[in-house]
Design a binder for this molecule. Sequence first.
Ligand SMILES: Cc1cc2nc3c(=O)[nH]c(=O)nc-3n(C[C@H](O)[C@H](O)[C@H](O)COP(=O)(O)O)c2cc1C
Length: 240
Amino acid sequence: MKRILLSLVVVLSVFAVQAKTLVVYYSYTNNVHRIVNELVKQIEADIVKIEPAEKGLDYAANNYAIGSAQISAIRNNPEDASSYPTIDPVKVDLKDYDCIIIGAPLWWSNMAAPLQSFLFQYGKDMSGKKIWLIVSSASSGISGVESDAKRLIPDGKFFSSSLWIKSSQTSNSANLIRQWLKDIKYDSVSSLKAIANDYSKTSYTVYSISGYLIGRDMASIDNLKKGLYIINGKKIYKQN
Ligand SMILES: Cc1cc2nc3c(=O)[nH]c(=O)nc-3n(C[C@H](O)[C@H](O)[C@H](O)COP(=O)(O)O)c2cc1C
């Protein structure tokens, strides 16, 4: 009976969980959109695309006047919600994710304004999460975008290095992403073992998805075969 109940809990939690990595991005001229499409061919992740509430704006017209005005408003008053352009409502529960990859176009050396709007609303819910940045610009360096992300996600665990893909390199994204994922050791940093370590150095439980208790210590995690597991009754993790 106990096992049946446990299996039921486990099956219910299987339905309640989502993948552990979230990719959130904005894209005006589709470069970041193409980059994200390549990225999710190489990792498992859920995707959220940010959309400005006001449709049809030409951010590049008149020497990028609208984009420039939005960035200036944020620079002048970054603590004021009204400095940020309104975006469509976003349905995301950040509690479901341990890792977040942010795909950002660069505008006037800053993070594109609509993506800053999202992070202004949700950045505080990302505390303790592992964060990486992918930035697309025509040519400008990306340190301003990194600073924006750190300002808007004050307690994120940022990982270096960010991936910078210039607009002219967009068609080579697949190769650049593959190399970057290797360089940042994405597989091991987002692995079951790393996540378990984050939960607690000493206390966690690992179940198979059919409900068997595998163990309560690091050794049981070290010896896991490839597959899906539930850790601390909460989520499914994939051991690669
Ligand atoms: C409003 C605006 C401002 C921009 N400012 C810069 C800039 O200062 N430096 C730069 O190298 N590229 C700049 N760009 C170019 C974008 O960073 C680049 O085209 C990027 O690939 C756009 O990504 P997306 O296609 O996903 O929107 C700007 C683009 C826009 C729309």
